[in-house]
Design a protein around this ligand. Sequence first.
Ligand code: IPM
Ligand code: MG
Length: 356
Amino acid sequence: MNYTLAVLPGDGIGPEVTAEGVKVLRAVGARFGHSFTFQEALIGGSAIDATGEPLPAETLASCEAADAVLLGAVGGPKWDDPEARVRPEQGLLGLRKALGLYANLRPVTVHPLLVDASPLRHERLEGVDLLVVRELTGGIYFGEKRRGRDDAGEWASDLCIYSEAEIVRVVRIAAELARMRNGKLTLVDKANVLETSRLWRSVTTRLMQNEYPDVKFDWMLVDACAMHLLRRPSDFDVIVTENMFGDILTDEASMLAGSMGMLPSASLGAGNKGLYEPIHGSAPDIAGQGKANPLATILSVAMLLRHSLGLEREASAVEAAVSATIEAGIVTGDLVRPGQRAASTRAVGDAVVGRL
Ligand code: IPM
Ligand code: MG
């Protein structure tokens, strides 16, 4: 089978890590008899520099025509001026919205050999296997933004708005995934303060009672969740939450896995098309030095194979090759243990390919 994939390297370490993702895909193609056509396109700061826009029309067209999209990262100090007309992040947010990718899956597991890389104590990390399903195209990220000035000086506002339909569709995905895992779903909200959270609470409770009575459902306030993710992370199975809470909690949860460089993500919508990217950012401080951990991107490639192309065997093979690479001690600086030498981005990618 031939698949067309859009590849958006983006900024900072984005090009380095996506190169390793593409390398792994080529190897999967050779090993399992698939062919991939890669369409590279601009996004983020590099797109602003080249075209003035963070999401050029050509890039969107490539993504629309592709079976799936692999993305590196966007952003960097060069484009950080708060007064700038356009920002790299608008490219990513615009792409998620334009492709209708409302459900962002962020799995968190802990490889036994990486427990030392986590700031948490060993015993807390035992049995951690959770999945955050983050709503991705609504809420405060996409509500009306305003700026003004009055007698008290300047003011600004970001509107947070959710509709029942937006909540139902993403909770359904989370509940279906919970059924395929350990059968537990936790809604994370701030229903003691926010009206949007109260809507999430009532809509989700009703949906779970009516359609998923077999899934064990509970809810938790976001501040308490931030604490419990450190205190008893292995109690969670699937967490479903709104856009901004999901953004914040998954950076926190990445520390369970030892490094931001380990967490992949899949953004899905109504069809099979998805956007796959590591949850980490563009890490401008280490860009271009071969220090970036490519495993989050390579694990995102596994999610791409599984969720957009339906290639479960190939996805599992990539995940097994990643584990074998970690077991061989071939890891980047973020994961090295005392006495171990850090491998380069490329060496880690080669090691995964060699173990496929
Ligand atoms: C993420 C990132 C993005 C987000 C930024 C780059 C806009 O932090 O994917 O978690 O906030 O969604
Ligand atoms: Mg984030």
